[in-house]
Design a protein around this ligand. Structure first.
Ligand code: ADP
Ligand code: MG
Length: 503
């Protein structure tokens, strides 16, 4: 339309002398108009929204002919995707004479959808009031589809993903993040981590608090990774790998930040387990060598000390202290030997009841001396377990001993057994003792890790090794100042031997 006007004007002006400059300007305008017409999808509507002009590309993409479009409202291509409020906002903007920009999803005559990057420019009369609206559009369907796919991918990712602006304010969080932090959809928008920490109902605050700082990531300018242990509201400590990717504008200003929190608790446990398994076998190999080498001279020293002690009764106390220390060394050696000894174990089908009764008898005296009540409850008719009974005894002696030692002022150690599923028994040893600090929990079972003056730090490591050899599992849960519960899972005998019926 504009092109025709311009052409008429140009030919009119050409005939007129002295208007060369005007003619040149008009020619340029014609060319710009032509380029625009080719490049963009253009439409003009009146103030009520009735289409008064649509260029060729508008017709092509909407699949309507020009005559079908002219005189119609834009609703003809409405996809129903955007809420009415979106259009109300658009109309408010352009009716006030301002330019509106936005992305619109439209529907073509054949029912297919396409996306348009849209600019609507109001043409204003001398009073500054719009008398028509010119819209320029660009098709962005493929980009929007890619975005939608990415959105779906991010929304369904098991990792926590958060998009923040250049000030660290939350813009968008995926489903995993919304679930984890217990947020309702959208309520987090515009809030920083500090704002969220101040809200009463937000969960997983430890991760917001310790997830490495946003500032650090921006200062660094590249992707940063932290590993952080977060004590969650349910009392569980889980390990997260936090990745922060700072995003900058071309001019170097901060544009945003992408945060990804991945729960790596299980991965870390496996790593730790493997490392521990390595240490255990290394220590085991070393142990027997050292233990045997040291045991004999140790026995000799002890014997000599005893002789000296008899000759020097005035130093009885010192000798007693020395012998006490030697007993401790001997104790450590015994535990080391335990670790190394049974390379080939004799597994039997065993009634756990019997094993636990022996352990209880052994431990009851020690318990009593410390003012601790030892309660063992084993249901009747348990399935048998396949085990090396002496080793399993060692495990429970160690666990009960730890329980007793955790209660300097007395209390109760309870040993309970139950059938968990077809082929596992669960044994729990629970005390009411001092508990284990959260930061120590993941390290339990490391050799020589002890918090006790007279401890060896080998007990739990030995338990781990034995339970592993039995294809079982051991978990330790503990709350400081409340107590500790160790759970051991042992496989039962898969196919119990059924006695043939007597003839
Ligand atoms: P030790 O008993 O010789 O110290 P262990 O390997 O048996 O070595 O235990 C290692 C550490 O784990 C202990 O020193 C203690 O800090 C902690 N621990 C183990 N069991 C318990 C428990 N039931 N209550 C509190 N702390 C425990
Ligand atoms: Mg111990």
């Amino acid at each position: 339309m504009l092109r025709q006007h311009l052409q008429v004007l140009t030919s009119f002006i050409k005939d007129t002398e002295g208007l060369d400059t005007v003619a040149k300007a008009l020619r340029e305008l014609t060319e710009i108009n032509y380029a625009l017409d080719e490049a963009l999808i253009i439409a003009i509507t009146d103030v009520r929204g009735t289409i008064t002009f649509a260029n060729q590309r508008f017709c092509e993409i909407s699949k309507y002919s020009r005559s079908e479009l002219i005189g119609q409202n834009h609703r003809i291509i409405n996809s129903g995707y955007h809420p009415p409020s979106y259009f109300r906002e658009m109309w408010r903007t352009i009716a006030n004479g301002k330019i509106w920009r936005g992305e619109l999803k439209n529907r073509a005559k054949d029912g297919t959808f396409y996306w348009m990057d849209t600019v609507i420019v109001p043409s204003l009369n001398e009073k500054g009031k719009p008398y028509q609206y010119v819209s320029f559009r660009n098709e962005i369907t493929s980009r929007k589809l890619a975005e939608e796919r990415l959105d779906t991918l991010i929304a369904t990712m098991p990792d926590i993903v958060i998009f923040k602006d250049g000030e660290g304010r939350w813009l968008k969080a995926n489903n995993a993040a919304i679930d984890f932090f217990g947020l309702s959809d959208g309520c987090y928008q515009g809030l920083t981590n500090d704002d969220l920490l101040a809200l009463p109902d937000v969960r997983g605050k430890a991760l917001l608090r310790f997830g490495g700082s946003d500032e650090e990531a921006w200062a660094q300018g590249t992707r940063m990774r932290w590993e952080t242990d977060a004590l969650l509201e349910n009392g569980e400590t889980r390990t997260y790998e936090v990745t922060k990717v700072p995003v900058f504008h071309n001019d170097g200003k901060r544009s945003g930040l992408i945060v990804i929190d991945q729960d790596i608790t299980e991965r870390k446990q496996t790593e730790r387990f493997l490392r521990r398994a390595d240490t255990i076998s290394a220590v085991g190999e070393m142990a027997s060598g050292i233990a045997h080498e040291v045991r004999n001279p140790l026995a000799a020293i002890k014997w000599s000390l005893n002789v000296f002690a008899m000759d020097h009764p005035e130093h009885a106390e010192e000798f007693q202290a020395m012998l006490g220390e030697l007993d401790r060394v001997d104790g450590i050696l015994s535990e080391l030997l335990m670790l190394a000894k049974p390379q080939e174990m004799r597994f039997d089908s065993v009634r756990l009841e019997g094993v636990l009764n022996v352990v209880a008898t052994l431990m009851r005296n020690q318990a009593k001396r410390h003012g601790v009540e030892l309660v063992v409850s084993v249901p009747d008719d348990l399935p048998m377990v396949r085990c090396e009974p002496n080793q399993i005894k060692q495990v429970f002696i160690n666990l009960i001993k730890n329980g007793i030692e955790a209660m300097p002022n007395g209390g109760q150690v309870a040993v309970r057994v139950r059938v968990v599923d077809h082929d596992h028994l669960e044994i729990t040893v629970k005390d009411q003792g001092v508990g284990i600090p959260a930061e120590l929990l993941p390290r339990l079972g490391e050799p020589f890790l002890t918090t006790k003056d007279a401890g060896t730090g080998l007990g739990l490591m030995m338990c781990h090794k034995i339970i592993k050899d039995h294809h079982g599992q051991m978990d330790i849960r503990s709350v400081e100042h409340e107590g500790t519960e160790v759970t051991v899972l042992l496989p039962t005998v898969a196919n119990p031997v059924v006695e043939p019926p007597k003839p």
